[in-house]
Ligand binder design. Structure first.
Ligand code: ZN
Length: 155
């Protein structure tokens, strides 16, 4: 990674740590999940609601922690709001894969601003910080899909 790119990425992270897009939990959220990262002290609660077509209609989060965890949740909410749940799951997988690969290969374009966190992969202790909001979002999607599966079929 070039140093200019690295500087740009750091800027994206700092901007989002301040901006905290999507901060605040909505009353209409039908699934909520709280995640804690004890090694760093970060905590994030994500709340979502899906529309009738299975797209994420509402996505909010609250929490506190280091710049990486806050910035990552902010980027996540901008990236994932109003998207189809299946598409969001694919993005969560891509994000996780990027953070787990330390070879610095080309990250998937689907991740847009979230590629700014690629450098975090070199710092094992910070990977959980960057993943925290995404893991909470994934757990919310799991809650809703389990509920769908358990619901009696509409007649
Ligand atoms: Zn952290």
């Amino acid at each position: 990674m070039s140093s200019e790119l690295e500087t740009l990425y750091q800027q994206v992270i700092l901007d989002h740590a301040r901006r905290r897009s999507g901060f605040g939990l909505s009353d209409v959220a039908t699934a909520r999940h709280h995640e804690l990262n004890p090694t760093c002290g970060d905590e994030i609660t994500v709340g979502i609601a899906l529309d009738a077509d299975g797209a994420i209609q509402t996505l909010g989060w609250e929490g506190q922690g280091c710049s990486i965890s806050m910035a990552s949740a902010s980027v996540m909410s901008e990236l994932c709001a109003n998207r189809d749940a299946a598409e969001v799951r694919a993005m969560i997988d891509d994000f996780r894969t990027m953070l787990r690969s330390r070879d610095g290969g080309e990250p998937p374009e689907s991740l847009e601003d979230a590629v700014a966190f690629q450098g975090v992969a070199r710092f094992v202790m910070r990977i959980k910080c960057a993943m925290l909001g995404w893991v909470a979002l994934e757990a919310c999607l799991d809650q809703l899909s389990t509920r769908d599966a358990a619901a009696p079929a509409a007649s």
